[in-house]
Design a protein around this ligand. Structure first.
Ligand SMILES: [Mg+2]
Length: 121
């Protein structure tokens, strides 16, 4: 089974994402900010990271930059979660190494198609 790390400071978003991902047969882990997510990745690198932008302590962008600088055998796919008004952020995230993005709020069908695009589902 594939693993997905859900990184979001919203407990509600994490819960919704976990539920959807589990119906898609992912093993799900959660982190509430970028720093916690880096710790999780140190222990076990997931196949996919579902990444929020705005989080306290360490945001999505800093997490992504740090992750992509790591010299590791296989980098996870990163799907960036954002809101509709964030086109500049989306561009910046893709340039920083995100593989795809998904608009919040997302449903099962949307998330499944994004995971397919990055080759994770
Ligand atoms: Mg947030």
């Amino acid at each position: 089974m594939k693993t997905c790390l859900v990184v979001d400071d919203s407990k509600v978003i994490r819960k919704v994402a976990r539920h959807i991902l589990e119906t898609l047969d992912f093993v799900v882990d959660e982190a509430e900010d970028g720093r916690e997510a880096l710790g999780r990745c140190d222990i076990q690198m997931p196949d996919v990271v579902l990444l929020d932008w705005n989080m306290p302590v360490m945001g999505g962008m800093e997490f992504l930059r740090t992750l992509r600088q790591q010299d590791i055998a296989s980098q996870p796919k990163v799907v960036f979660c954002t809101t509709e008004n964030d086109m500049a952020h989306i561009r910046a995230a893709l340039e920083a190494g995100a593989d795809e993005y998904v608009m919040k709020p997302f449903d099962r069908e949307t998330l499944a198609s994004k995971l397919q695009i990055v080759g994770a589902a």
